[in-house]
Unconditional design. Structure first.
Length: 297
């Protein structure tokens, strides 16, 4: 009796240790959606699966839903993919299933109207779901197993909100640009020469950042020249929006010794070079000026 009890515990622990996971286009971070837009309407994305810690005893269903969670089986309106046999669930190798982008469940056709991939005006996140069965502690093929974190697919035709350049910091031959943009977007900040009429001319420098970091550094610029600055935010689906133009002017930042000379100091050498009088005052003045410029830049 004790042996049977221990055996049941072992079977139960094995079932509890089984995990089913999915990836879309080999992206392992399921918190990040696979971004799609109209340019992808004729394409497909690939779904792969991994079963760890046990053995499936039934075929696996795969589907895409626009619902907020994955149920134990597909519902009306979900996009069902080709079923996966038991052997292929347990030994997937390089097997995969394809999702046709133009067949995603957000596109409909019927009496209520037609919404196609090419005409949709939508921003929708969907979940890629799967379910199969593994043996329970009594060796019965009844326990349903699903991915703990289903991968996300996002179809988006809407451009992100316009980014905003919130601050421009003048540096030596460079500009620091702070940008506020929609979360998860990629931001590229570019510096342009001014045209003859004061508008945007040719591009001279660029730097990429993220909405989370929000700070770009444009280098290789000429001190004293005013540049036009534009930030472009691009979302995960590839849609982009430009900010309103801003301006910035790099300023030469003197080193400590140059600031000391400009403040009236002399290169006298020796241990007493920074003594009292003018030299000592120049050191203090130069140090204060140099430190303030460092803080500004």
């Amino acid at each position: 009796m004790r042996f049977l009890f221990v055996g049941l515990l072992l079977f139960a622990s094995t079932a509890l240790g089984q995990t089913l996971s999915l990836t879309v286009n080999n992206i392992t971070d399921t918190s990040k959606a696979v971004g799609l837009n109209r340019e992808d309407c004729g394409d497909t994305v690939q779904v792969r699966w991994t079963l760890s810690g046990g053995v499936a005893c039934a075929s696996m269903q795969l589907w895409v839903t626009k619902d907020g969670s994955c149920k134990d089986a597909p519902s009306t309106g979900d996009l069902e993919l080709q079923e996966v046999s038991v052997n292929s669930v347990n030994s997937p190798g390089n097997l995969f299933r394809e999702i046709k982008v133009n067949a995603l469940p957000i596109f409909t056709s019927g009496d209520a109207g037609t919404v196609t991939c090419e005409t949709a005006q939508v921003e929708q996140t969907m979940r890629v779901c799967a379910a199969t069965k593994v043996q329970n502690s009594l060796l019965q093929c009844e326990t349903i197993i699903k991915p703990a974190t289903p991968p996300l697919v996002r179809f988006d035709t809407q451009p992100p909100p316009k980014p905003t350049i919130t601050a421009v910091t003048s540096r030596d031959s460079a500009l620091g640009v702070t940008v506020s943009a929609e979360e998860d977007s990629t931001v590229v900040v570019k510096a342009f020469l001014q045209s003859a009429d004061g508008g945007v001319g040719s591009e001279v420098s660029s730097d990429e950042t993220t909405a989370t970091e929000g700070l770009a550094n444009l280098s290789g610029l000429e001190n004293g020249v005013t540049y036009q600055l534009i930030a472009t935010a691009t979302d995960v689906a590839g849609n982009s929006t430009d900010s309103d133009p801003s301006e910035g002017t790099p300023i030469k930042s003197n080193g400590f010794f140059e600031a000391y000379r400009n403040a009236g100091g002399e290169e006298t050498g020796g241990c007493g070079a920074a003594g009292g009088g003018l030299a000592g005052g120049a050191v203090l003045a130069a140090l204060g000026f140099w430190m303030s410029r460092r803080k500004q830049s």
